[in-house]
Design a protein around this ligand. Structure first.
Ligand code: DMJ
Length: 504
């Protein structure tokens, strides 16, 4: 079977020029003389090639390059996670040689072989979601393209025992050799609720309804949460689900890591197929409205900024994470698709808050987590908190994409250049701070001009997300770009792999 063109198989330093201009009370500082967008897109492509060359030289076909020691690591089952995660970005960038190399690799993966505990969530979003269909003219051997769907199915068939529980809520941590699990009694909101796009897409492509059915059954408990106390505000639900009963085990509410992409996928399922997934959209709208009403927070020292707090049993936690910053993009996507300017406006407030976490640090990269609770300001961060509006809880940057991702959505939907400038600023800072001789490294302290020390780790989502969103923000309009209104041809999974939406 031919995998059609661009059919996303859901399986498998720079110097400062100090140009500044205002946005609300936040300033955007361009770290480099402005160039043409084409030149910026090419610079992102060069960064991709740099990382790809280092990965090929020192790490392929392992999961990741260790970019300081020039070795390799296998944190994602040892199936070449960086190669698979790089595929859709290489397609979009038109890098035919890279695409061909990855396709050849994919054919040789034996998904029954790994000595690792397999994460259903990570394997779904990176591998199953990662087989974005290569453009035909980039591929030398079309049989390799055809093989993607086969491998997608092979992988899902290896993983599907995870759903074989009394409720159908899956285990996340799997032993695929023994069809075993870690004996957990609960599963997390995001890891349960971020399967449905990839597994439904696989069913739609194969006409085998089983994959969709399994993932949608698990999702059904999240859409109709029980007990009712697990939904303290309409649409906002607890964080863990009992695997035996499908009932929520708590009522702890947030958009942070562990919960995040459940909300992301509610609206993305509607974009994928508005006819089948209107209920998902209704749940996202409830969650979005409750979020504006109950979780919106403004730091005392910077009331112009907006962050999302979290809530548990009457208490608010005034802290947030880099992971949470997908939120602006989610509100903007939902707002444009549903023609709700209030959601777009709130999304832009969130984007502005996340940008402040970048422009306030010495490296111009945002921290992994931060807080704004006046009672918890560390003594050594009082001045920083006064000026920035937040204090840093974890100053690491591990090559996460969410801030750039939301800048990208803001640019695509508003058309405003400032959001594209913010993408460029972030890319320039990452390129300057994290770059090593062979790739890009996570760093320990974004509030040091040089990022502190480098960790010997390069997550595969550098290829899938950071470089893709940075490239797309500066490149021409194309079918896979986010569009205004209900005109999207593709929707990105949470790992930024484009999935073709269903059209009549
Ligand atoms: C990626 O795997 C995905 O974006 C996921 O949704 C969250 N964690 C990483 C990036 O931070």
């Amino acid at each position: 079977m031919r995998v059609p063109l661009s059919l996303p198989i859901t399986v498998l330093s720079l110097l400062s020029s100090t140009v500044a201009y205002p946005y609300g009370e936040t300033e955007a500082v361009l770290l480099r003389e402005p160039e043409t967008n084409q030149a910026k897109a090419n610079a992102v492509k060069d960064a991709f090639q740099h990382a790809w060359d280092g990965y090929m030289k020192y790490a392929f076909p392992h999961d990741e390059l260790t970019p300081v020691s020039n070795g390799h690591a296998d944190s994602r089952n040892g199936w070449g996670a960086s190669a698979v995660d790089a595929l859709s970005t290489a397609v979009i960038m038109g890098k035919g040689d890279v695409v061909n190399t990855i396709l050849e690799h994919v054919q040789n993966i034996d998904f029954s072989e790994t000595s690792d505990t397999v994460s259903l969530f990570e394997t779904t979003i990176r591998y199953l979601g990662g087989y974005a269909g290569p453009a035909k003219d980039l591929v030398d051997d079309q049989s390799l393209v055809d093989g993607l769907l086969t491998q997608s199915k092979n992988l899902a068939d290896v993983l599907k025992f995870a759903f074989n529980t009394p409720s159908g809520v899956p285990y996340n941590n799997l032993n695929i050799t023994s069809n075993g699990n870690d004996g957990a009694t609960t599963n997390g909101l995001a890891v349960t609720g971020t399967l449905v796009l990839e597994w439904t897409r696989l069913s739609d492509l194969t006409d085998d309804k089983e994959y969709a059915k399994l993932s949608q059954k698990a999702e059904s408990y999240l859409l109709s949460p029980k007990p009712s106390s697990s939904e303290p505000f309409p649409g906002l639900v607890g964080s863990s689900i009992n695997i035996k009963t499908g009932q929520f085990a708590d009522a702890s509410v947030s958009w942070n890591g562990g919960d995040d992409s459940f909300y992301e996928y509610l609206i993305k399922m509607y974009v994928y197929d508005p006819k089948r997934f209107a209920t998902y959209k209704d749940r996202w709208v409830l969650a979005a409205e409750s979020t504006i009403k109950h979780l919106k927070a403004h730091p005392e020292t910077r009331p112009d900024l907006t962050f999302l707090s979290s809530y548990n049993n009457g208490n608010y936690d005034l802290s947030s994470q880099h992971l949470t910053c997908f939120d602006g993009g989610s509100f903007i996507l939902g707002g444009t698709v549903l023609d709700r300017q209030d959601f777009i406006d709130f999304g832009l407030e969130l984007v502005n808050g996340c940008e402040a976490t970048y422009n306030s640090t010495l490296s111009k990269i945002g921290p992994d987590s931060w807080g704004w609770d006046p009672k918890r300001v560390p003594d050594d961060q009082k001045d920083f908190y006064e000026k920035a509006g937040f204090y840093i809880n974890s100053g690491a940057y591990v090559l996460r994409p969410e801030v750039i991702e939301s800048f990208y959505y803001a640019h695509r939907v508003t058309g405003k250049e400032i959001y594209r400038d913010w993408v460029w600023n972030a890319f320039v800072a990452i390129n300057s701070t994290c770059r090593t001789d062979s790739g890009f490294a996570a760093v320990s302290d974004v509030n040091q001009a040089n990022g502190g020390s480098k960790y010997d780790n390069q997550e595969s989502f550098l290829f899938a997300e950071v470089l893709k969103y940075s490239y797309l923000a500066h490149s021409e309009d194309a079918a896979w770009q986010v569009q205004k209104g209900d005109k999207n041809t593709f929707v990105f999974n949470t790992e930024a792999h484009p999935v073709r939406v269903v059209r009549d």
